[in-house]
Design a protein around this ligand. Structure first.
Ligand code: AQP
Length: 343
């Protein structure tokens, strides 16, 4: 029988792709919440390397990025004794369930995914992989394997999460109650951090321009330089707004709010009558100070030779137990013959 919410604590699943250096978007949209949630929920935080290969990757870079991402999870304050930290490809159930869910997913659902359209548009049409197209079914498998109740993600993942919910419901109605239908959990501030060089696009770790993103491991000087060069507008008033003309100022305020947890009103009062240069200086300062302890902890953790690999090995063992329980139920429900030699 599948586990039910009534027999266990509420579960959380989330992940980040090791597709480059993590940005403050990844931190504010995801990691910062993960740390807060670990004390109240049973949390599974994975490094989704199988998602990362939906666009071409250099193997050595992928390995380095995977370790760097794991170390940043720990450096932010995720504690392996509270939360299970693991690498997606270490738990083969993700790939198997993704295939099964892919067979249940109408192409029309995938055709609607805006992230696919955005990412595909950046590549030559003939080199866009089938994996990039079916990415949302792998993400659904990640979440549903752990019977997650809540999925803390940034705004950009709303559509994928909706598809996960639709798939869970479709499976449940076709084969009987099997999956928990997850809810999204979006941060109050920082759910969508925009590019510093173009505040109309999401800040992304795979954007290559020098002044697009602040990376979590950037030096204080780099952070200041990037923020001082952030695109704003020709006006001089500072307030939160949806007006695309002032998207740059709104983005800076959002970053300030997400790092300080102050209210919008307090922040607007603080910057009333001040100029953009003062706003940028203040934002740079809270970012530098917010990242400083994380960077220090990162340096300590990566100095210990096999600590990260140990955490990942133990995490994978815990994750496999939960994932395989769900997968066995799924196999049985859809009519796969039980393999006599499978544990
Ligand atoms: N700019 C952002 N603002 C708020 N949240 C963000 N997230 C990413 N960018 C922002 C959140 O970070 C988590 C991990 O995302 P991911 O690495 O799995 O994929 P992504 O959303 O595609 O992130 P990137 O940085 O844009 O990666 P690339 O460039 O490789 O595609 C998610 O919770 C996401 O919402």
């Amino acid at each position: 029988m599948p586990e039910t919410t009534s027999t266990r604590p509420l579960r959380i699943l989330s992940g980040i792709q090791p597709s480059g250096q993590l940005t403050i978007g990844n931190y504010l949209g995801a990691l910062k919440q993960w740390v807060q949630l670990q004390d109240d929920y049973e949390c599974y935080y994975c490094i989704v390397d199988m998602h990362a290969i939906t666009v071409p990757r250099e193997p050595a870079e992928l390995r380095a990025s995977t370790r760097m991402t794991a170390a940043l999870y720990l450096a932010c304050g995720i504690r392996p004794e509270r939360a299970t930290i693991f690498v997606q490809s270490h738990v083969s159930a993700h790939a198997e369930l993704a295939w099964i869910l892919g067979c249940l997913t109408p192409m029309g659902w995938l055709n609607r995914m805006t992230q696919f359209k955005d990412k595909a548009a950046k590549q030559q049409a003939e080199s866009v992989s089938a994996g990039l197209f079916t990415y949302p079914t792998l993400m659904a498998a990640d979440i549903l394997l752990y019977q997650a109740n809540l999925v803390p993600v940034g705004d950009d993942q709303r559509q994928h999460l909706e598809l996960t919910r639709d798939l869970a419901q479709r499976f449940n109605s076709q084969y009987g109650e099997t999956f928990t239908v997850p809810e999204g959990f979006f941060p109050k501030a920082g759910a969508r951090i925009m590019g510093l060089d173009n505040p109309l696009v999401k800040m992304s770790k795979s954007e290559t321009s020098d002044y697009h993103a602040v990376y979590m491991l950037d030096e204080p000087d780099q952070i200041k330089r990037k923020i001082m060069r952030a695109v704003t507008d020709s006006g001089n008033s500072i307030y939160f707004t949806d007006d695309p003309e002032k998207a740059g100022v709104n983005n800076l305020l959002t970053i300030y709010q997400a790092f300080t947890d102050e209210t919008k009103e307090a922040i607007e009062a603080r910057f009333a009558g001040k100029g953009y240069a003062e706003l940028k200086k203040a934002v740079a300062e809270v970012v530098v100070e917010g990242l400083r302890p994380i960077q220090a902890r990162y340096r300590e953790l990566t100095a210990e030779s096999d600590l990260i690999d140990q955490v990942l090995m133990q995490g994978a063992a815990k994750a496999r137990l939960v994932a395989n329980t769900t997968l066995n139920t799924v196999r049985e429900r859809i009519g796969f013959l039980a393999a006599a030699d499978r544990a």
